[in-house]
Structure formats: C-alpha cells, structure tokens
Design a binder for this molecule. Structure first.
Ligand code: TYM
Length: 326
C-alpha cells in the first residue's frame, strides 16, 4: 500500500512563485510515490473577510492552478474542503482537546490578528490550526508537504494526534512534515527578510503565477540586492540567496552549478538570465491553465469530494465511537 500525503492552499489572493516552488512543485513530484489528497481550503479562507462571489470564483481558479501545475486527477484526489463536512465536525472534537495556550503561541495568529491585538480577531482565525489538524488527521496522512511558514501548524497537528491517541486509544496516524531544503521560504523581492506573501501590498514584491513575461522581467530587474558583488549563496546576504534559490529551482541545477554559472559575472547579467529562466519555467503552466474549463474542473472536484468523503467519514465514525458521542 502506498503511503498518503495531504496538503492544501487557500483560495485567497493570487498565488505566487513562492507557493509554486515551496509547495505545488513538490505536490506534483510526490504524487508518483504517494496516494495524494490536495484540498482547496475554503473554510480556512473565511477566517478573514472575503467577498462571497470572489471566493466562489477563486475556489475554482485554484483547482485550475493545481491541474495546470501538473496535479493529475487520475492519480491524486483534488477536492474542496467544504464539500466534506467531516472537516468541520472533526474540528469541533479536536477543539475540545486543544489548549488555549498552544493556540496563543501560533505566530501566524499573532501576525494576522493585527500584531498582538486579539480583542477584535475572529475566533475562527484563532482556531484555524485546529481545522488544519482536522484536514490532515482525517486522511491518516503520513506526510504533509508545506513551506516553512506552516511548520508550527504541523507541529500542533502532531501534538493533537498524539494527545487524542493517548486519551482515547490509537486512532490517528502522526503526520510528518515534508519541507523542501531549497524553496521552503521564498522571500519578497522588495524585502528579502520577509517571506513572499499573498497579502503583500506591494505587487513588485511577488512574482504571481499569472504575470506575463514582461512583468516577470521588470519585477526581477527591480528586485533589491545586498551589498557585495559575488553571485554566491551566502546566509548573510538574504537578497542574493533568495534570487539564486529561485534560479536553482526554476532551472533544476545544483547550487554549485548555479554559482559556477555566474562566477565573475555582474548582477545585470544574472538578473537577465534569472528572468529568462523564470519565464521559461512558467510558460508550460501558463499555457495549460487555459485548457481547463469550468465544467471539467467542477466534475473533477465532484469526483474528488466523493472519494475524500468516504475516507474522512470512516475516520470521523471511529472518532465518534471512541469519544462516546455516537
Ligand atoms: P497557503 O495558502 O498560505 O500557502 C500554500 C502553500 O504555499 C506555501 N508557501 C510558501 N512556500 C515557500 N515560500 C513562500 N514564500 C511561501 N508562501 C506560502 C505554504 O507553506 C503552503 O504550503 N494553512 C495553509 C493551508 C492548509 C494546509 C492544510 C496545508 C490548510 N490545511 C493542511 C497543509 C495541510 C495555508 O494557508 O497555506
């Protein structure tokens, strides 16, 4: 039997090359060896205000992104979180064993609840990581491929699985994170000390998956650089580190090959080659995304929800049985 993986992304904002290199690229690679479940987490999306019509459209658009990136619906299950009610139901049970203290320590909650003022933050934003744990544990996932920013949430999922198993008997598999060595945290092009983020107000900070060739080239050209002229990986120079990491991932070259390629060259030439390589990398994705019409996507999501539901419901039944509420 193949091992299982589970991952997801929120249908909010525009996906950027950080999402692609930190997550989607690995989802596609892993589907050969694992039974994969890739979810569009629309229940997570409403932890911050969303326009309903836009959310509905973005949910379909995100499914199209998964498909265009190469997630293959004949091998992997693609589905919408709200189509499987067990996600919300297990969240409640897990909320009853999660502790206020451990949720208060979540750095994403602190960031998103306007820097420490939790008074006006939504309760959903606070319990967000519990819903994420429910997503993963329902499918008995062995592995969860994510970027670095989700590591803390994954640790909570593991803690909740261990606690539930201890209190009610062996029920959940304890999932391992899969965080890529290169690309786990692609940084903003304008401030390489911050991660590239969907919610960044400066559009020049991110390369979006929908950006055309000209826009990609301009954004790379205007990316900030650090002092020093060597085109080399260097922990103390976050800007060049970030740009070289992008170059490495879009070309598939090793770190040594990347450095050798630019030995003795200037930033201008490096940025030109980086832009070209990024544009080439994005081209097949951008051509494929036009191929999936709404009806095809909806059909894939319906089939995906059916197979996800049967697995999720079996886990939920077991949980209800063990907790004495069925
Ligand atoms: P989301 O929608 O913010 O991001 C989707 C994936 O992209 C990764 N990512 C990055 N990777 C590298 N560099 C970056 N700058 C960067 N920005 C984002 C994220 O780590 C993520 O893997 N809570 C999750 C969605 C979720 C989920 C789950 C994931 C809900 N349930 C269960 C895994 C398993 C989120 O908001 O991802």
């Amino acid at each position: 039997m193949k091992k299982r993986i589970f991952s997801g992304a929120q249908p909010t904002g525009e996906l950027h090359i950080g999402n692609y290199l930190g997550a989607l690229k690995n989802w596609v690679a892993l589907q050969d060896d694992y039974e994969a479940f890739y979810c569009i987490v629309n229940l997570h999306a409403i932890t911050l205000p969303q326009d309903p019509a836009t959310l509905r459209q973005k949910t379909l658009d995100l499914a199209r992104v998964y498909l265009a990136a190469g997630v293959d619906p004949s091998r992997s299950t693609i589905f919408i979180q709200s189509d499987v009610a067990a996600h919300a139901e297990l969240t409640w049970v897990l909320s009853c064993i999660a502790r206020m203290g451990e949720l208060e320590r979540m750095t994403q909650f602190k960031d998103k609840s306007s820097k420490g003022s939790s008074e006006r933050a939504g309760v959903g934003l606070f319990t967000y990581p519990v819903l994420m744990a429910a997503d993963i544990l329902l499918y008995q996932a062995d592995l969860v491929p994510v970027g670095q920013d989700q590591k803390q949430h994954l640790e909570l999922s593991r803690d909740l699985a261990v606690r539930f198993n201890r209190d009610f008997g062996e029920t959940f598999k304890v999932p391992d994170p899969y965080i890529p060595k290169a690309g786990a945290s692609i940084k903003s092009l304008q401030d390489p000390t911050k991660k590239m983020s969907k919610s960044d107000e400066n559009p020049k900070a991110s390369i979006f998956l929908t950006d055309d060739a000209d826009t990609i080239a301009k954004k790379i050209k205007s990316a900030v650089t650090d002092s020093g002229t060597d085109i080399k990986f260097d922990e103390s120079r976050p800007a060049i580190n970030n740009l070289l990491t992008i170059y490495q991932l879009v070309t598939g070259k090793s770190a040594e090959e990347c450095e050798a390629n630019f030995e003795g060259k200037m930033y201008g030439q490096f940025k030109g080659e980086l832009a070209e390589a990024t544009i080439e990398f994005m081209r097949p994705f951008q051509e494929r995304i036009k191929q999936f019409d709404d009806e095809t996507v909806k059909e894939i999501l319906r089939t995906g929800a059916d197979s996800a539901r049967s697995i999720a419901n079996a886990t939920l039944r077991d949980v209800y049985q063990k907790t004495g509420i069925s």
